[in-house]
Ligand binder design. Structure first.
Ligand code: 6R9
Length: 647
């Protein structure tokens, strides 16, 4: 039997105590799509509402009137649901076991202690003039203060916009300007793999850019104590919280009031700020977290993502905290001080649920099985994967080596736009097939369309769309509803277009095949080819650039760039490394090009459109399948590109 065809039935020990078994999945799924509103009103009881909603969805996917609302008449506070409501029963339970990059640096914070810290900082933010509806940008390492800051914003009704700490000053500046943030929260430095990254210096550089004058204050957490420059607008975090009361009422928010903005890459243009609102998002994050990881009170849960991504928002902060789950928060990287780190953390805290990415699995797999010898990982019960397709070999290794062949793997497919997981197994309900995200979560109605918008039935492959709304869905793009409509609701009528391709097998299992647009997925990080191209053409030596993805053993996809230089510029290795540095500096290390090929010409149609299909094939070294090149303005450029393939 091929690896891919192997199946993994639900382990008996898991089924016995699972919240959802196979029969329950079937009946509840049926109800969720047949009586959608009644289903979600019932599920809404998972949250504590200041006033309970009487209505569920009020949605239009029609392109001229796209509008998505859930539980409109309800009021609640996300922070209250994550902290206050646990205090009576779980006040002394650990909310986060924090482990620093240096493993000697740790902190275990109870729900009660976290509540106090959040209230003090929330009061501090108020003193800095932050009000309900204001946006606040966070540019922070994986330290407890990042969670404190997110929840403090939610507590007072401010909208947080978390920018991943690996982004450059320019990328940060663009996000600060677009979101209109009046306050930025950062730290002196961050530490990853023993190296310091100058976050505060990056913020200062970002705030030199035009448009950032809206920023009134920068709050700085002392992480390393590095000697940093300070300006008038800076406030030390410690000073902001000093003398603040540990009481701060949680602001009653309408379910549709914004909770956060999170920027992500699209196929064209600048990154877009997806807006998530309070009630529907929180319900969907907590319910998916509860059912997909089958979370019980004695679990210790670890999502090894960064809070700068949607996975961190939904499955480090809001989902687990709303469920009162004890979690691990890890500042460092899996390879430092050595590759045994992940296993050692699992043993140290008795982690029962591990949620990570295929890239991390592949990077450990490349080291060989022995790197797991320094840990037993016997506490693990359930594993999860997110961010990109997991190839069956990596799935098997994750299962056999990390999970000791005892733990089912939840391959969860979802997006920044979806707020929470959409297609996934459930531990007590789903027979697994390595590489398949299996079945839709409750309330989710996926379908496969051909390019003309006809629904395809049975075993087939096509464009993945979702037929009806769900509470966790993003409501709009900040400042640009038109782009929201254009991107997700104009390709096909009356459905949400995901941008992913997908196959469905004879048994109705879904297999995500990857992006069908010009979005790259490098180590689970989304990047627009257009963003990288516009960075390159801003360099004085570059006339034109075309970026495509190519298969990469560890990262899933690597970045392959074809560069046409300006007249008179001589290609050289120095110029190549200069361009690599240029992109890293402009966008951030996650956009580091893997391969740059000099291209005297790019394959274009007669109307001037770059034929990326051909460039992708050359990058992947699939030279037999170039297809029809007769529509090219100059077919000979293809031969030149093949002759000079790089990498
Ligand atoms: C959560 C997250 C979304 C894109 C998505 C898809 C890819 C995510 C996946 C997966 C195959 C999975 N993706 N999970 N592909 N299997 N289990 O990653 O959000 O950063 O917005 O990326 O990631 O292509 O469209 P985001």
């Amino acid at each position: 039997m091929t690896e891919q065809a192997k199946r993994y039935p639900v382990p008996e020990t898991i089924r016995e105590r699972a919240w959802v078994d196979e029969a329950a999945y079937r009946t509840r799924y049926q109800t969720s799509v047949e009586s959608t509103n009644a289903f979600w009103l019932e599920e809404a009881k998972r949250l504590d509402w200041f006033s309970k909603p009487q209505t569920a969805g009020n949605v239009s996917f029609s392109p001229d009137s796209v509008s998505i609302k859930w539980f409109e008449d309800g009021t609640l506070n996300a922070c209250y649901n994550c902290l206050d409501r646990h205090l009576d029963t779980k006040g002394d339970q650990v909310a986060f076991h924090w482990e620093g990059d240096d493993q000697a640096k740790t902190d275990s914070i109870t729900f009660k202690a976290l509540h106090e810290r959040v209230c003090r900082f929330a009061n501090g933010l108020k003193d800095l003039g932050v009000k309900k509806g204001d946006t606040v940008t966070l540019y922070m390492p994986m330290i407890p203060e990042a969670v404190v800051a997110m929840l403090a914003c939610a507590r007072i009704g401010a909208i947080h916009s978390v920018v991943f700490g690996g982004f450059s000053p320019d990328a940060l500046a663009n996000r600060i300007v677009d979101s209109g943030s009046r306050v930025v929260i950062t730290s002196d430095e961050s530490v990853r793999g023993g190296k310091q990254i100058p976050l505060k210096e990056n913020v200062d550089e970002a705030l030199d850019r035009p448009g950032t004058e809206v920023v009134e204050h920068v709050v700085v957490v002392k992480r390393t104590g590095a000697d940093i420059e300070t300006t008038e607008r800076d406030r030390w975090y410690d000073d902001v919280v000093a003398d603040q009361s540990a009481e701060c009422p949680a602001e009653p928010m309408k379910a549709e009031d914004p909770l956060f903005i999170l920027y992500t890459s699209g196929s064209t243009g600048a990154p877009k700020g997806l807006l998530h609102t309070t009630g529907g998002y929180l319900l969907y994050a907590s319910m998916t977290h509860h059912d997909i990881f089958d979370v019980h009170d004695d679990d210790v849960y670890w999502c090894a993502a960064d809070v700068g991504w949607i996975t961190g928002h939904s499955y480090i902060v809001y989902g687990p905290m709303a469920n009162g789950t004890t979690s691990v928060l890890f500042e460092g990287v899996p390879s430092y001080p050595d590759h045994g780190r992940i296993g050692e953390i699992i043993d140290r805290y008795g982690v029962t649920i591990l949620y990570t990415s295929p890239t991390m699995v592949r990077s450990l797999m490349a080291q060989g099985d022995h790197i797991m010898d320094s840990s037993s990982r016997q506490s693990l019960r359930v594993l999860g994967s997110v961010g990109e397709p997991i190839n069956p070999e990596a799935w098997q290794w994750f299962y056999r080596v990390i999970g000791n062949s005892q733990c089912p793997i939840m391959d969860t497919w979802w997006q920044t736009e979806t707020g929470g997981v959409m297609i996934t197994p459930l531990p007590g309900a789903t027979e697994l097939k390595p590489g398949s995200a299996t079945h839709p979560f409750f309330g989710i109605q996926p379908a496969l369309y051909d390019n003309e918008g006809n629904e395809l039935e049975g075993a087939t492959e096509g464009n993945l769309i979702i037929k009806a709304s769900w509470p966790g869905q993003a409501r709009t793009i900040w400042n640009n509803h038109e782009r929201f409509v254009q991107t997700y609701f104009s390709t096909f009528d009356d459905v949400y277009f995901t941008g992913d391709g997908c196959r469905r097998d004879e048994e109705g299992y879904y297999w995500i095949t990857g992006r069908i647009d010009d979005v790259l997925n490098v180590s689970g990080h989304r990047m627009g080819t257009a963003e990288i191209e516009s960075s390159l053409v801003a360099h004085e030596a570059v006339a034109e650039a075309a970026v495509v993805g190519f298969p990469h053993d560890v990262k899933g996809q690597g970045i392959y760039i074809y560069v046409t230089l300006n007249e008179g510029v001589t290609p050289s290795d120095e110029l190549r490394s200069e361009l690599v540095k240029w992109v890293r500096k402009d966008i951030g290390p996650i956009a580091t090009p893997d391969v740059i090929q000099w291209a005297p010409g790019l394959p274009k149609t007669r109307s001037g459109k770059i034929m990326r299909r051909i460039l992708r094939k050359i990058a992947a070294n699939e030279l037999d399948g170039l297809g029809d090149t007769s529509t090219l303005a100059d077919p000979s450029v293809v031969d030149d590109l093949i002759d000079h393939r790089a990498g």
